[in-house]
Each structure stands twice: as C-alpha cells, then as structure tokens.
Design a protein around this ligand. Sequence first.
Ligand SMILES: Cc1cc2nc3c(=O)[nH]c(=O)nc-3n(C[C@H](O)[C@H](O)[C@H](O)COP(=O)(O)O)c2cc1C
Length: 367
Amino acid sequence: MSTSQRKIEHLQLCATSPVESRKKGAGFDDIVLVHRALPEISMDEIDLSVEFLGNELKAPFMIASITGGHPGTTAINAALAGAVEELGLGIGVGSQRAAIEDPAQEESFRIVRDMAPSAFVYGNIGAAQIQEYGIEGIEELIEMIDADAMAIHLNFLQEAIQPEGDRDASGALESIREICRLKVPIIVKETGAGISQEDARLLKDAGVAAIDVGGVGGTSWAGVEVYRAREREDIISELLGELFWDFGIPTVPSIIECNALLPVIATGGVRTGLDIAKCLALGSSLASAALPFVEPAMKGKKEVKENISRILGELKVAMFLSGCGDIKKLHSTPTVITGWTKEYIELRGFDAKEFALRSEKSDFQIV
Ligand SMILES: Cc1cc2nc3c(=O)[nH]c(=O)nc-3n(C[C@H](O)[C@H](O)[C@H](O)COP(=O)(O)O)c2cc1C
C-alpha cells in the first residue's frame, strides 16, 4: 500500500472508530489547579499570548500534525490552516513522506502555508526518513511549506505493530543530531507513547529545540493498527495492537519528565481548555491536539474555529479561577499532583510538593 493511500485510510479510521487510549488517561484527572476564591483579576483582561521558538502566538495552543499527502486531504488542511491563521495560533502538517514519494501530493501540504501565511507552521517527517532522504531532502520539505520549524516524529510503537513497519531504530538519534544543523528549529515529537527524561536528555544534547511529548491518553496508534489488522484478518497484529493499546508514558508525567530539559509541547489527550491550563501549570510551553479536529475539518474552517474558540474560552475560565492573568503566572501557579501520576513521578525522582507549594515568590521557570 502506498504512503498516500495509508494516510487517507488513517484519517478515515480516526474519524469513524474509537481510537483513543482505553485503560489509562493522559493523567489530567490526577491534577488539581488550586482554586482562588479571590482571583483579583478581570477575566476579560486575561492575556493568552505566548512566545514560542521566537514566534508570537495569540494563545498557547496548536493543531498537532494530522494530514496531507493525498488529494482528499487538501480541503482538510485548508480548513485547519484557515482557522489557525484567523486565531493567530500554530499548526503542524502531517508526515510529508508522501510528497517525497510522489511530488503530485505536494499541493496538499503547500495549502497549509497558503491558508496560514502568518501562522507558526511546522513540517513533519519520521526519523527513519532523515536517513533515507538526507539533509537536502529535509531542506526541500521545509521550503515546501516555508516552515518555521521541522518536527521529527517518533512512532516506533506503531512501526512495531504494522506489518509494513520500520523496526530498525538504530541511528535515529544520530540523524536527528545531523538535522539540528539546519536553519530552522527542530522539534522531536512522539505520537502517543510519551517521551522519558532519559530520551529528552539525549535530544537536548543532540541540539533539538523543543519536545512534543505526544503521550498516552489520546489517539492510540496501536489502536489504529488493531482496526487495520482486523480488516485484513491478521490476528497476530490485532493481538499485538490490543496488548500495546495503552503502552507508554501518559502525557502529564511525560511533561514532568521533560520540562526541565527543553521547551515542551503537551500533546496526547488534550481535549479541553482546563487540560491546557494543567499542562502549562506543569511546565509545558504550549499544548496541541489532533483527533478533536479531524471531524470538524472534514466539515470546514468554521467548525474548526468554533472548536478551538470553545477550548480557548475554557482555558480563560481555568486561568481566571486560578488567579492567573497571563501565561507566565500560569506557569507558576500551585498545582497538586495526586494518585497514579504522583506515584509515578515520585518513583521517577520528581517532587510533587514542589508543584503544590510553589507561590508567586517561587523561582520555578520553564526552560
Ligand atoms: C488522523 C491523524 C493523523 C496523524 N498523522 C500524524 C503524522 O503524519 N505525523 C505525526 O507526527 N503525527 C501524526 N499524528 C499524531 C498527532 O500529531 C498527535 O501526536 C497524536 O494524535 C496525539 O494527539 P491527540 O490525542 O490529540 O490525537 C496524527 C494524528 C491523527 C489523529
């Protein structure tokens, strides 16, 4: 099956089947923002703007990499990018591999920059493709959409389950290190299994500019592969996908694993503005989401914009009730970590009390 065909199949599957994490959530239920009964700020004056990798965004939220690479995805990308442009946010394109294999597919990616000339737009390719296409090939992908940054995705969980998957992960770090010489910042993103402190350290040393944790809690690519396996009656892959459906580090602990090392984008199960507020309180610079925009984008720009506006309205309420007038304040608001997440982060050497007891005077700073 061609990459282009696989892309459209993934999109349709995600729009019609339950593909989210089943047993474990992202960890948001374990996080409590300390309520301020006396917020002493005006909700209408809350400032959501942020700077990320030298770019101004009107709010700390992006549409994560979703699609491109098939003629059927051009209108979807146009709807996503148009909404992001009007709201002053950021957007990632889906893997540009299909455009390398077939230049006729380039238009489905270029449309993103056409519709979002002033937004923060990032490109996307898998770590394995850097080795395959070389640094010049990646430069072409950046030029294709005049990208402000390039995301290298890691999805070895999915590769391990799909029969056509690439199971050789050796040399991935070295190729990421090489690509960090390029003129645009490099973001390394997981796609639903999270990133550990150990890997964040390796990525920082390699010269990566930011990490998208892509944790467990939202779209499960093992889950997507279960449906594809069922379709072709491949019992072995189906069982493997079922077993690893929820494998990995949930989004919330993954933010905590990475945030002292590099700027973090929190992705994986982010569904509300309250989720975004929690991600930022835990130290991520931005949050992003993919799955919630698949269906709206199939309808049009208006639906995508309405969805994002609702989420940003929720973020404002969360900030109001925590007494945070701007994003800087949100980064240092007292935040209580409970339950499974507390157990996990403490066993990994982090101190939950540091989050719970911080105050305006605390020197907690995001990287
Ligand atoms: C339909 C669909 C296609 C995706 N394609 C890509 C892709 O090409 N490259 C990539 O890095 N991530 C891709 N992702 C992963 C997302 O960027 C994101 O990391 C993941 O879905 C978790 O976020 P969510 O729970 O909000 O969906 C895709 C997600 C969806 C739903």
